[in-house]
Design a protein. Sequence first.
Length: 322
Amino acid sequence: MSYLETTHEVYKKAALTPDVGLCCTTNPIWELPGLKIPTIMQQMNYGCGSTVHARDLTNSPKILYVGVGGGMELLQFAYFSRQEKGVIGIDVVDEMLEASRKNFKEAEVQNDWFKSSFVDLKKGDALNIPLDDESIDVAAQNCLFNIFKTEDLKKAIQEMYRVLKPHGRLVMSDPTCEQPMNETLRNDDRLRALCLSGSLPLAEYIKMLTDAGFGTIEIRARKPYRILAPKHYATNEVIYIESVEVAAIKDPMPADGPCIFTGKAAIYFGEDALFDDEKGHILLQNQPLAICDKTAGALATLNRQDIFISESTFHYDGGGCC
Ligand SMILES: C[S@@+](CC[C@H](N)C(=O)[O-])C[C@H]1O[C@@H](n2cnc3c(N)ncnc32)[C@H](O)[C@@H]1O
């Protein structure tokens, strides 16, 4: 059986019998005024962060969600889009599509604004998305791409890039890991399917996105996720896994490389009212300006004693230089 078939088997089982310990993170299950998440959707929350951010969802965007799970995030997206087929949900596992379809019926009972027809469920594969080029404003996936091996991950990212409109955004949550993992763990298809042994270091994950052409990357959150300990897993050392929330925006690639926002800011505290780097960044006296890592590097080379550049907070929430 290939690792992709093992993955399908794992999620067939998780569709038929909810597994509350699968994935899951420190994220609260957020509910907004009038938005109620049915218990069954909470039990089938197989993600590792959130991909639903209100600021991505202005102007009635066409939304694509790949790897539907129990449907919780599709319901949260539908809360913002509220239109027939406003959210397209794609999954390769029939049983998962069936389970989420049932869960949307329950969501209708608990949410008077919601209709199942707001979500268009389709059978399909992340590696071959059954949608036209440039037809989507916001694409999302949560805890699926970390399962893919390198060539499949490239393909999955390319597919998202293809279906997004120019300036469209791919919003993701996935585990990442800075430590090397041994081959036994890497080749354990079941652990990979369970989102435990496929994760990449954050910089590699980002590079896969920029290599596909995304010109802007936002790291929105970085949180503790799991430990692989020697007494439970085939490892001699304790391996620490994090989960990240990342948005990759289909902006044109700048000539000097991608803008990657990791939560850095610059503050000018010199004698003048402002500092202008004449490349589009104006630092007002003692006001923070969110900057991408490229700009942080360029400002640092000026060696000024009156510009403070913060460390990455890995919490970038909009605004900024590029
Ligand atoms: C870890 S679960 C995440 C579910 C959901 N995103 C969530 O946050 O609860 C992975 C999901 O991806 C689906 N899946 C697995 N392989 C897939 C593929 N190649 N294409 C599309 N969906 C896939 C599974 O059926 C499952 O629904």
